[in-house]
Ligand binder design. Structure first.
Ligand code: MAN
Length: 497
């Protein structure tokens, strides 16, 4: 630092109107740099005061650096570039006379070591153009946003009216359904009775037919067993049938034959059919006539008839005819069925009508519960899907529904989440949305997406990225997010200062 006395001569002032203002002072601070009657300067933080000549004497006196706005003497000093033609800029005072032109008007470099070209007018013009461009965008956006808000409000009104209408219709539909159900029950009772009656008669008929067939099979068996045709089946006629071998020793003893004959020596046809046949019909096998045997060998011995053995399929058809078709219903029953069908159809129609009303009510209620912004402006995005493709994936956002990711090279879609909620900060609630509970990430969280909304001329998904694994971010521009104001951030990127 140069000795104070040498530099006092260098104290420079910039005049703004009639009030001399020291170099580097911002408009907003100008009042602090008016020399008072005693020519005393009070540090802005009020902590100390010095003779006014201490201002910009290249020696730091105030703790807050306020006595040196135009030199680099104070480490915490701030230099304000006036930048006439553009806009003021505050730079750290350390940049004063550092050989680098920081201010577009070059006021930060007055040592003579470097000559700065004043570019403020040029920059100011560019900046103005940029502000105008963004202003126009904002104004156009706000105009569109108003339209969207209007149609959003209209839509909500329509849905509300429809919901009220449906809620009224629902009552009538429910009554109708109840009436139709009662009529259906009324028509189905006699129908059931008639059908049951018909079924019962059919079951009885089947049982009768089956018993008849069974008796016929019994008689056939009797005739075949009665090999001497004396109209009795006796023990000796039984022993030649291997299937009557109770102890499976390969021989049918007379005792075994007698056991099958219920402990009598012989039975006549009636007794055989009514008493013996029911017990032997499952095992009985008619003898194969010798000439019918393919190679002249005797029939193989009967399979053992243990508990676990599969019962032989009787060759005599003894099973009932349950596969026979039930006869058509009689005319009276048919009339009852027709009447019940009509009642059922009416009930089904009334039931379906109520269900469809309920479905629509529930979908309308979900709609009504959605937050479309203060002016319903976001409702325009409902039911709309947008895509953005990067090098690897096509990302899709169906606003208020879901977000997904599909590899460009093919393959299945991955859910990145379903509609969750608005997630902007308290003072800017509608600046982002969260889609959550997407497909689980291996060794990580369920996928989720934060969608950032910015003002833009059209609704468009402009970017999709993955700031941390399986946590995605989408940028979405829409007129709906236009505020009509130009934020400093909007122009920052274009500001060369
Ligand atoms: C897939 C994609 C990626 C994600 C990984 C995580 O490849 O969903 O975006 O990072 O899975 O394993």
């Amino acid at each position: 630092m140069l000795p104070k006395l040498i530099l006092i001569c260098c104290l420079a002032v910039i005049t703004s109107g009639s009030i001399p203002r020291p170099r580097g002072v911002a408009d907003s601070n100008a009042s602090h740099y008016q020399p008072n009657s005693e020519n005393v300067f009070v540090c802005i933080d009020g902590s100390q005061s010095f003779p006014y000549t201490y201002v910009n004497d290249d020696y730091c006196d105030c703790a807050d650096g306020s006595d040196e706005p135009g030199t680099s003497a104070c480490p915490n000093g701030k230099f304000t570039c006036t930048n006439i033609g553009h806009r003021p800029l505050i730079v750290p005072a350390s940049r004063v006379n550092d050989g680098v032109c920081d201010c577009c008007d070059g006021t930060d470099e007055y040592s003579g070591n470097i000559a700065c070209v004043n570019t403020c007018n040029e920059l100011g013009k560019k900046h103005k153009e940029e502000v105008e461009r963004i202003m126009k965008l904002q104004e156009e956006g706000v105009r569109k946003k108003k339209e969207f808000a209007e149609s959003g409000k209209k839509m909500k009104e329509e849905k509300k009216a429809r919901l009220e209408q449906l809620q009224a219709d629902r009552e009538a539909a429910e009554t109708e359904r109840q009436e139709m159900e009662a009529k259906k029950d009324e028509a189905e009772a006699p129908e059931k009775e008639a059908k049951d009656r018909h079924q019962k008669a059919w079951d009885e008929e089947k049982a009768r037919r089956s018993a008849e067939k069974d008796a016929a099979a019994g008689m056939t068996a009797f005739n075949e067993l009665d090999s001497n045709n004396d109209n009795f089946v006796d023990v000796l006629e039984m022993v030649v049938h291997n299937e009557f071998d109770i102890d499976s020793n390969g021989v049918v003893s007379e005792e075994e034959a007698k056991e099958h004959l219920e402990e009598v020596e012989k039975v006549d046809q009636d007794t055989f059919v009514s008493k013996i046949w029911p017990n032997v019909k499952q095992i009985y096998k008619p003898l194969v006539p010798e000439e019918a045997q393919s190679d002249g060998e005797a029939s193989p011995p009967a399979e053992p008839q243990g508990e676990t053995a599969t019962p032989p399929t009787p060759e005599t058809p003894t099973q009932d005819d349950s596969d026979e078709k039930m006869p058509d219903y009689d005319d009276e029953t048919k009339v009852l069925i027709e009447a019940a069908d009509v009642a059922r159809n009416s009930f089904n129609a009334a039931d379906e009508k109520l269900k469809s009303i309920d479905r629509e009510i529930s979908s309308l209620q979900s709609y009504m519960n959605l937050d479309f912004g203060n002016e319903e402006e976001f409702s325009v995005l409902k039911d709309q899907c947008f895509e953005y493709t990067d090098r690897e994936y096509t990302y899709k956002l169906c606003v208020y529904e879901r977000a997904s990711q599909r590899p460009k090279s093919g393959g299945s879609e991955t859910s990145l989440g379903t509609w969750g909620r608005w997630s902007g900060p308290e003072n800017d609630r509608y600046s982002s949305q969260l889609y959550e509970r997407g497909q689980n990430c291996w060794n990580g969280p369920d996928r989720s997406v934060k969608v950032h909304f910015k003002c833009g001329p059209e609704n468009q998904l402009t970017n999709a990225y993955e700031p941390s694994r399986c946590e995605y971010a989408f940028d979405f521009i829409t007129p709906v997010s236009c505020s009509g104001k130009v934020s400093p951030l909007d122009t920052h990127a274009h500001d060369e200062l």
